[in-house]
Design a protein around this ligand. Structure first.
Ligand SMILES: Nc1ncnc2c1ncn2[C@@H]1O[C@H](COP(=O)(O)OP(=O)(O)O[C@H]2O[C@H](CO)[C@@H](O)[C@H](O)[C@H]2O)[C@@H](O)[C@H]1O
Length: 596
């Protein structure tokens, strides 16, 4: 029986459209006020005295210790410059201590692309000579960190204590934050009853642990020190730049550090009732940096009070030194009312600090030459045979007629508004008349899950709707399919089209965000392109693109094969993105901290 798992969606809260009354306190003026309140605590009572327990409370003694350990760390080889010889010219490339703070990291935790990126960009940066740490929750007893050893250290944050488990692989220091609130029988962020009520608390702990780990965790004889670049990923980590600006810098720590807010999806902003501001332990005058005012027609009532809320993503946008999104196209779209989810004006005010860097893909996990999930591995030199073997294996596994000549179409993704699964159901009646096979894998919205089951029941000889989150199956579909559907309404980058192209599968995608940046439309006249794009995002436009795709598949097999080959030859490695991130870190270091 096929699993019907309730997939945890990464929504703590939905993002909402623009406010006409934004109340944002200019960070620089805040910084001036903060000069007068350097000593303050995140919690009213004193830290625990136990030696192994470090504290986030900043007092003069701990400040001095931190200053000296930062100076010590600065003298370790990792934070010095190293030289790279390029031909006859010797150039110095700065290396950085980089700290990712993220709610998920593959292979340990993943509900979507955030996990993939945070599992594969850090090793790419480490391979370029940087010292890299990734701080993420320990949702389960990961086997890389045996329980018997216990956490390497404990740190006091807010009103509690978290353990830090360290594991080193791929040149990266993976730090898992241990706290009773992380492991849950449901998903990472939600269960059958909805999103967890304490997500704000859980991810505040993560941000603070992410700021403490570089200062306190001894790794191979030294800490990362306080000259770091923090990459705060999405709303879960967006309080990292806020704390850096409101708590650490005014306390004399992390003066040389910089923060980068990485926006993978602006729709999810981490919105909570205004009264919860008190739980952050921030001085009252920082409320304005987080406050968000919704106009009456956009209020949902669940989080706001008279339209007011604290919005963690807004806090990140208003305090981070730099902002990065996961494609250049999306960096532009979030400055528009259509793509900004209410943040377009805030982001517009920071446009000079905003860049788009296209995601790469993990060249080992998502490589048809090494993929352990495939019935037959293949490369660009033998992809026709390899894909045919994988197609036959998938048809057999899913009990579909084993027909090599029929176009096999795939869809993989969250079943929600963003991914346009409803558009797949919308084109279904037409598509099912075209003698094709369709295999969908996804989970999310209950009505769309029901739609998938209805599809399979209605077209048992040509459609399969697998409701669940299944990584091996996603690899098998990507390898076996001839065509992959990505009718996303918006797509900050999108990884499935990149995986598809690397596996010789031709994407048919809505021309939006990262999809427009990566899927070059097929041009039959000059033989260029790697797929089909369509716009507007309607079933008619989608049908038109699919009609062209199927006609090319059937009537012009050589053109289709050339399309597949061009996709496989496309360079999607992380190295290019890692180099672009380096440039941005350099810009961040040249500038003064945005909030100090
Ligand atoms: N049912 C299922 N079973 C198994 N695997 C499944 C699955 N559903 C999805 N996946 C996998 O999850 C990942 C989803 O990647 P996307 O790029 O679509 O990310 P997502 O929208 O979550 O993330 C956000 O962040 C990423 C990373 O920056 C951006 O690319 C993206 O546009 C943005 O919305 C892929 O690896 C996919 O194969």
């Amino acid at each position: 029986m096929r699993p019907s798992l309730l997939h945890a969606s990464p929504f703590s809260t939905a993002g909402r459209p623009a406010s006409s009354k934004q109340t944002f306190q200019a960070p620089k003026s805040v910084a001036k006020q903060l000069l007068h309140c350097r000593k303050w605590s995140l919690r009213p009572h004193a830290p625990k005295a136990a030696e192994s327990v470090a504290s986030t409370v900043i007092d003069e003694q701990s400040l001095n210790e931190r200053r000296s350990s930062a100076a010590q760390a600065a003298s370790t080889p990792d934070s010095t410059h190293h030289k790279e010889v390029r031909g006859a010219t010797e150039t110095a490339r700065a290396t950085y201590n980089i700290v990712f703070v993220t709610a998920e990291v593959a292979p340990w935790s993943k509900t979507g692309g955030l996990g993939d990126v945070c599992g594969s960009l850090p090793p790419a940066l480490a391979a370029r000579g940087h010292r890299v740490m990734v701080v993420s929750p320990r949702y389960a007893n990961y086997d890389v960190v045996p329980d018997s050893k216990g956490p390497q250290m404990k740190v006091s944050v807010l009103d509690t204590e978290v353990g830090l488990y360290h594991h080193r692989s791929k040149g990266v220091d993976w730090v898992f934050v241990d706290h009773p609130s992380y492991p849950r029988p449901g998903g990472l962020y939600a269960d059958a009853f909805g999103v967890y009520g304490d997500n704000q608390y859980r991810y505040t702990l993560l941000c603070l642990a992410g700021l403490e780990a570089p200062l306190q965790l001894q790794i191979e004889g030294s800490t990362f020190g306080d000259d770091c670049i923090f990459i705060a990923n999405d709303w879960h980590a967006a309080m990292t730049p806020v704390y850096l600006a409101a708590k650490y810098r005014p306390g004399g720590v992390y003066g040389n550090a910089r923060s980068v807010l990485a926006i993978h999806n602006l729709r999810h902003q981490g919105v909570f009732p205004p009264k919860t501001f008190a739980t952050y332990g921030l001085p009252g005058h920082w409320y304005g940096a987080l406050e968000w005012q919704y106009p009456p027609h956009q209020r949902q009532g669940s989080y706001e009070e008279e339209g007011r809320a604290v919005n963690t993503m807004k806090g990140g946008i208003s305090t981070a030194d730099r902002i990065v999104t996961v494609s250049p196209g999306y960096a532009w779209e979030i400055l528009t009312p259509e793509g900004g989810w209410g943040m377009e004006q805030m982001l517009g005010s920071r446009a000079y600090a905003l860049n788009g860097v296209l995601n790469g893909i993990d060249n080992h996990d998502w490589n048809p030459q090494h993929d352990k999930h495939l019935a037959q591995k293949f490369s660009v030199s033998n992809f026709s045979r390899g894909k045919a073997a994988n197609k036959a294996a998938l048809q057999k596994e899913l009990d579909l007629p084993e027909r090599p000549e029929v176009p096999l179409i795939g869809f993989i993704g969250r079943l929600d508004y963003q991914k346009g699964a409803d558009l797949v159901l919308g084109v279904l009646p037409w598509l099912m008349e075209q003698d094709v096979q369709l295999v969908c894998l996804g989970t999310g919205d209950v009505s769309l899950e029901a739609g998938m089951r209805w599809m399979e029941n209605t077209y048992p000889d040509r459609a399969r709707g697998w409701v669940g989150f299944n990584v091996p199956m996603s690899h098998k579909i990507t390898a076996a399919a001839d065509i992959l559907l990505m009718p996303s309404r918006f797509e900050p980058c999108g990884l499935n089209q990149l995986y598809a192209m690397a596996y010789g599968t031709v994407p048919v995608a809505h021309a939006t965000g990262g999809l427009r940046d990566t899927v070059l439309p097929f041009n039959p006249w000059d033989g260029t392109g790697t797929g089909w794009t369509f716009s507007p995002c309607t079933t008619d436009a989608f049908t038109g693109a699919l009609r062209n795709t199927l006609e090319t598949f059937r009537e012009h097999p050589d053109s289709f094969k050339a399309l597949q080959q061009r996709g496989m030859e496309r360079n999607s490695t992380w190295d290019k993105a890692a180099a672009e991130y380096e440039t941005i870190f350099g810009w961040a270091k040249i500038d003064q901290p945005y909030c100090k």
